[in-house]
Design a protein around this ligand. Structure first.
Ligand SMILES: *[C@@H]1O[C@H](CO)[C@@H](O)[C@H](O)[C@H]1NC(C)=O
Ligand SMILES: *[C@@H]1O[C@H](CO)[C@@H](O)[C@H](O)[C@H]1NC(C)=O
Ligand SMILES: *[C@@H]1O[C@H](CO)[C@@H](O)[C@H](O)[C@H]1NC(C)=O
Ligand SMILES: *[C@@H]1O[C@H](CO)[C@@H](O)[C@H](O)[C@H]1NC(C)=O
Ligand SMILES: *[C@@H]1O[C@H](CO)[C@@H](O)[C@H](O)[C@H]1NC(C)=O
Length: 406
């Protein structure tokens, strides 16, 4: 009797009877805080008849397979719906369309495998925060989500949580239809790279959380993508950074970026000599880019190329000698021919030289050089001591007698 009286008293105190009557089975309804809670009740569907005054609906730890357009009827005052850990697999089209003031939707801790392209469409785009932490079953669900983000008319979304989803890569321009997005949580995934275009369109971003992923370094295209976000807060800690020369561009970016990075948490995981060292401020020598080791390597490369050049030249020479050997008979003949030819030529020169060096014959060659026929000019111009076999016929030997002289 006493207990019953207390209950009635509490009921009158905290909720008007006509409203409390509407509380669905297995749920607790709090009129003062405008909250409905259905926690760990093994519910198989979203309970119907949620009171109209509700602002916050918390349905967690149940066994609800599917959310559909009938799950939530017209509830004009609901702003927050928390559906975490319900083993939800499917979110059908227009599941939340009857909630014109829904600002926070928490689907974390489910196993979403089917997300309809218009699953998140709500007239008026009221949604500001979407929590999908540990909610995606596999990569197919991620591509489904990318489509739903595109078709959902989520122009007012400010916060998106995709942490803990084993994501290995992000589809390009996945967030381009979220122009108001301020916080993007991608922590605790398996991302190894950020590609150009990943954050295209998120021009109002203020916080990007990439902690606890699988980055060993960030390459140039990733750094350009991050730098394009401006002076925002970027969390990059707790990644397995490999502090070899490959990390050089990342160090340089950390050294001078205008983004606010959690540089204290960005530390080398390997090699063991640098494990735990802060990545920002690392010198190029510390990560083995220049210095004695690199110089020796360069020297060795140079030596190797010289050795290679020598080998190539030696090989070419051997081939040449081998060809000569194969052609030795032809070569001998050729050499003999050449020698004969040379001898002829040399003898010819020798002869010419002898003629040229005789001063009495100098004019012959000169006359020949002018194109005259030497045979005609020769007899008249021969010097006196030239041996002439035939005396020319018109030569008269004049008899000179003393009587001719008076
Ligand atoms: C929603 O809230 C407003 C203002 O608090 C109230 O007037 C209205 O009756 C509520 N709607 C329902 C269905 O209870
Ligand atoms: C999303 O939900 C998880 C737990 O379900 C919580 O830890 C996390 O803080 C939520 N994300 C945001 C951005 O509030
Ligand atoms: C993801 O899971 C669904 C349902 O289990 C399956 O049909 C689909 O093939 C899976 N996709 C991948 C990429 O594993
Ligand atoms: C990271 O994600 C895994 C798998 O989703 C989860 O089991 C783990 O609790 C998460 N860790 C943290 C620190 O959030
Ligand atoms: C980063 O800055 C430190 C000094 O603060 C400098 O010694 C180091 O060489 C820089 N690293 C790169 C890769 O620019």
């Amino acid at each position: 009797m006493h207990l019953f009286a207390v209950r009635v008293f509490l009921g009158i105190l905290f909720c008007a009877p006509h409203l409390c009557l509407g509380c669905p089975p297995g749920c607790e309804c709090f009129f003062v805080t405008r909250t409905v809670k259905c926690v760990s009740q093994d519910l198989l569907t979203v309970p119907q008849s949620i009171p109209g005054y509700s602002r916050t609906v918390i349905i967690t730890g149940n066994n609800i397979h599917q959310i559909g357009p009938d799950s939530f009827t017209e509830l004009e005052n609901v702003t927050n719906i928390i559906l975490s850990n319900n083993r939800i697999v499917e979110v059908a089209s227009h599941s939340f369309s009857a909630l014109p003031n829904l600002r926070l939707l928490d689907l974390s801790g489910n196993q979403l495998a089917l997300i309809h392209p218009e699953a998140l469409s709500i007239p008026g785009s009221p949604l500001q925060e979407l929590n999908l932490s540990r909610a995606l079953h596999n990569f197919t669900a991620l591509t489904d989500l990318a489509t739903a983000l595109r078709w959902g008319g989520l122009g007012g979304l400010l916060r998106l949580d995709l942490s803990g989803n084993h994501l290995g890569l992000l589809p390009p321009v996945m967030f381009s239809h979220l122009p108001s997005l301020q916080q993007l949580h991608l922590a605790n995934n398996s991302l190894v790279a950020v590609y150009g275009g990943t954050f295209t369109g998120v021009d109002r971003l203020e916080v990007l959380d990439l902690t606890r992923n699988a980055f060993r370094t960030l390459r140039t295209d990733a750094l350009q993508e991050l730098e394009a976000l401006g002076s925002i807060r970027i969390l990059l800690g707790d990644n397995p950074y490999s502090c070899s020369c490959e990390i050089r561009d990342y160090v340089a970016w950390l050294n001078e970026t205008r983004a606010r990075v959690d540089a204290d948490a960005v530390r080398c995981a390997s090699p063991s000599g640098l494990s735990g060292t802060r990545v920002r401020g690392l010198g190029v020598q510390a990560i083995g880019c220049v210095g004695p080791v690199a110089a020796e390597v360069a020297d060795l490369t140079l030596q190797t190329s010289y050795v290679f050049l020598g080998l190539v030249l030696g090989f070419v020479g051997m081939v040449f000698l081998f060809v000569l050997y194969l052609n030795r008979n032809g070569m001998k003949k050729w050499i003999n021919d050449m020698r004969d030819a040379c001898r002829d030529v040399l003898e010819g020169y020798h002869y010419r030289y002898e003629i040229d060096s005789d001063p009495r014959l100098g004019h012959i060659s000169a006359g020949a050089g002018r194109g005259r026929q030497p045979g005609l000019a020769l007899p008249q111009q021969l010097p006196s001591d030239t041996c002439i076999v035939q005396v020319p016929t018109d030569t008269r030997v004049k008899q000179v007698s003393p009587s001719d002289h008076p």
